[in-house]
Every structure is written in C-alpha cells, then in structure tokens.
Design a protein around this ligand. Sequence first.
Ligand code: HEC
Ligand code: HEC
Length: 163
Amino acid sequence: MKASALRPLALGVVALAVTVLLFSRAQAGDDDYYPPITDPLTLQECASCHIGFPPSMLPAASWQRMMGGLESHFGDDASLDTDTAAAITRYLVGHAGDAPGQANKLLRGLRPGDAPLRITELPKWVREHDEVPAAEWSRKDVGSKANCTACHIDAEKGYFEDD
Ligand code: HEC
Ligand code: HEC
C-alpha cells in the first residue's frame, strides 16, 4: 500500500531529473556542437590520418583551396582521383560554415574571401583556446593543436565541450 502510493512520486522525480539532464545537454550542444561528417566517402578519405574535421568549421573557400592542393597537404600526399575529389569537395562546400543553413560559429573575425587552411588558425579558434595553459599543449598525448580528441573526447561525434 505504502510502496504503491510512493511509486508515482518517485517516477515523477526521475522524469524531472531526466528532463533537466536532456535540457542542459541540449543547451551545451548549442555552443559546442558541430555536426560531424556523415558522407561515407568523405569519412573514408578524410578521417583516416586525423579525425574528420566538421565541415562547418571552415568556409567554402577554404575547402575549395584545400581540395585543390591535396598532393601537398600539410606535408602529406593526400591526393585523390578527380571524381572522388570532386564529390568530396561538393560535400564539404555544401556543409561549410558559410553555406546556407549552416552555423558559422568559428568563422567570426574572417573577412569575406579569406580561405585559411587550418581551423587552428581561425581567429575565433585561437580566442577560444587563449586560456589553455602552455603545459596542456605540450602534453605528450596532445602533440599537435589539430589533435582535437586529446582534449575533446567526443570530438568525433561533433562535441567540443571543455572536458
Ligand atoms: C595522408 C594523411 C592525410 C589524409 C588522407 C588527410 N589529411 Fe588532413 N591533415 C594531415 C596532416 C598530417 C595534417 C596536419 C596535422 C597537424 O598539424 O597536426 C592535416 C591537417 C588537416 C586540416 C587542418 C587541421 C588544423 O590544424 O586546423 C584539415 C582541415 C584537414 N587536414 C582536412 C582534411 C580533409 C578534408 C581530408 C580529405 C580530403 C584530409 N584532411 C585528408 C594528413 C592527412
Ligand atoms: C590541449 C587541449 C585542446 C586541444 C588539443 C583542442 N582544444 Fe578545443 N578547447 C580546449 C579547452 C580547454 C577549451 C575551453 C576553453 C575555455 O572555455 O576557456 C576548448 C574550447 C573549444 C571550443 C569552444 C567550445 C565552446 O564552449 O564553445 C571549440 C569549438 C574547440 N575547442 C574546438 C577545437 C578543435 C576543432 C580542436 C582541434 C582542431 C581543438 N579544439 C583542440 C582544449 C583543447
């Protein structure tokens, strides 16, 4: 008798807790979430040497420039056949930070026409990491600023919260 009278209340508390959790995740997601690559071809070719960087982290002009110079890609040869490169370029450009309907949170401070090749050199990226102590960057498991997953464990799922 007593237990059954309590159950609805307990369930209500659990439901409330879950709602609060989901809500705060969604709120964090607004700022920290960058939709990851979903195109299988792009994932296959652009997420083997490093994580698949979210297309919305660079403007279309950057992806076009990068895809036009894959034979010397940051010291590596990442060249692809013409059709593959064209298909990946279409995907990246269509999901770039300045494409219609995309969030361009990291592009603030860029001038129209700027086509940086590194996310880690965007003014907004640099600002977001201003307060990361030097000791963090020189950690052995970090190695490079581009090694996002060392600090953002869910980077491959598109979450770049401070964790
Ligand atoms: C053969 C290995 C290789 C492949 C394949 C490759 N990359 Fe890279 N990429 C690199 C290396 C090496 C760097 C420099 C990483 C560093 O500075 O730590 C890099 C850096 C980058 C960066 C800049 C990261 C920063 O510093 O902000 C982007 C963006 C990028 N790659 C996109 C791509 C895309 C798009 C593709 C697919 C067309 C691709 N990469 C395929 C090796 C590769
Ligand atoms: C050495 C650890 C480290 C590495 C490597 C790193 N970050 Fe970060 N990043 C942080 C920290 C810490 C913060 C939070 C800074 C703050 O809040 O003051 C942050 C913040 C961010 C934010 C802002 C999130 C928000 O709250 O809006 C983004 C976006 C981001 N990082 C993307 C990246 C990307 C993309 C890469 C890889 C190209 C990367 N980070 C590599 C440590 C790192």
